[in-house]
Design a protein around this ligand. Structure first.
Ligand SMILES: *Cc1c(COP(=O)(O)O)cnc(C)c1O
Length: 420
């Protein structure tokens, strides 16, 4: 592979274009294994950023893609519709929290967040309430890289200072503090409550990642916090947007993380694992009330429509992925991973270099005291035959659900040797 060309001309995520971190050349992937040029195999700890939940090169997903591509890859969604999109939307509404009734198919997670925020603003504007156009969100969130999504990412690690002049100014509440399994402290919600109380007349919605804050810090918080968010939104007239892009489809041990708190949002974003990691597709689901609100008065329509909206190929693969989810096997797989991570990864807390460890579902997080050197630690991982991509102080794994106990042990032991 021409790695020199890659280095000189291709942007990779979150690295310098002129002095990039090294990249490893992949030729194929199968199950939980990524094969590099030359034949070296890596056990995948990242599921390609939360997506490849059933593993790579899955026969059922492959068949779905092949069958669909022989019918049509894509047709425009304006004025046309098709079975893959109808089936997918039906599937999603059957499995998602109650109260969500309408599906907007988007082409990436960030776009589904843009759509969710736009829906919330248009919902109030169409009722003549143009003042309710801002958002409140806890710190340490991550919602994507486009502008509206970026405006609700953590203001510090989301690098707001770079784009200060063009980012909408949102309200940031303190991040949730009580951990998932600690004793809930009701006072924790006071400052969020006060901020909503003082600003609700200009707030369209509260947006957050339910239970697990992903790329903004890999923090796992108490379900009572999410319950309180639902209550405050009802009390003060805010919509609740839950971004389940990372947490959806079983990752946290529930089908959707909202279920830990037994709440339904008004708007929900899905992405990442939706196609089992095959291609980009996302969805924004909303309640009947939101759909009616958005479409009343002028202009009477929702002003958004991506070119590749409802892409049949992506929908067909998503349907195959959801069929696998519907067998329910993920429940045993994710709870077995959780149990093993609790036994093997949590004890890494005793290492000198480690500040904290935490586990929920098939997510394992090791927080170090100092930032890790990505190039060095990556090299160590690759030499140990595992694929783990840390950032900052976070060395974390969320493997495909099909990972075997032995493979999972190899991931944890590679982290242990890297940090010892
Ligand atoms: C990854 C992610 C996004 C952005 O999705 P993209 O498909 O990368 O645009 C948004 N929200 C959360 C919680 C995510 O994890």
């Amino acid at each position: 592979m021409n790695l020199e060309f890659d280095q000189q001309h291709i942007w990779h995520p979150y690295t310098s274009s002129t002095n990039p971190l090294p990249c490893y050349p992949v030729i194929s992937a199968e199950g939980v294994s990524i094969k590099l040029e030359g034949g070296h195999q890596l056990i995948d700890g990242m599921a390609s950023w939360w997506s490849a939940i059933h593993g790579y090169n899955h026969p059922e997903l492959n068949d779905a893609a092949k069958a669909q591509i022989d019918k049509m890859s894509h047709v425009m969604f304006g004025g046309l519709t098709h079975e893959p999109a109808i089936e997918l939307s039906k599937n999603l509404l059957d499995m998602c929290p109650v109260g969500l009734e309408r599906v907007f198919l988007a082409d990436s997670g960030s776009v589904s967040v843009e759509v969710a925020m736009k829906m919330a603003m248009q919902y109030w504007a169409c009722q003549g309430n143009h003042k309710k156009h801002r958002f409140i969100t806890p710190r340490n969130g991550y919602h994507g890289d486009t502008f509206a999504a970026m405006s609700v990412c953590d203001p510090i690690n989301g690098m707001h200072s770079l784009f200060k002049e063009s980012l909408p100014q949102q309200l940031f509440a303190p991040a949730p503090q009580t951990r998932f399994d600690q004793h809930w402290n009701e006072d924790e919600i006071d400052s969020l409550h006060q901020m909503i109380k003082d600003n609700h007349h200009e707030l369209a919605a509260l947006i957050l990642e339910p239970i697990v804050q992903g790329a903004g810090g890999m923090r796992i918080y108490h379900p009572e916090y999410l319950k309180a968010c639902r209550r405050l939104c009802d009390e003060y007239g805010l919509l609740l947007i839950c971004d389940e892009i990372a947490t959806g489809f079983g990752r946290t041990g529930k089908l959707f993380a909202c279920e830990h708190a037994d709440i339904s949002p008004d708007i929900m974003c899905l992405g990442k694992g939706l196609t089992g990691g095959y291609m980009t597709l996302a969805a924004t689901l909303c309640s009947e009330d939101v759909a009616i609100g958005v479409c009343q008065g002028e202009p009477g329509v929702f002003m958004h429509g991506p070119t590749y909206m409802g892409n049949p190929l992506a929908c067909a693969v998503a349907n195959a992925s959801l069929s696998i989810i519907q067998t329910g096997q993920w429940q045993q797989q994710v709870s077995a991973i959780e149990k093993q991570l609790k036994e093997e990864l949590l004890p890494l807390k005793s290492l000198e270099s480690v500040a904290d460890t935490r586990v929920l579902g098939s997510i394992g997080v090791v927080e170090t005291k100092q930032d890790v050197d990505v190039a060095t630690i990556q090299k160590h991982f690759v030499s140990r035959g595992v694929w783990i991509r840390p950032f900052g102080k976070l060395v974390y794994i969320m493997p495909p659900y099909i990972i075997s106990p032995d493979e999972l042990s190899q991931l944890v032991s590679a982290i242990k040797t890297a940090l010892s």
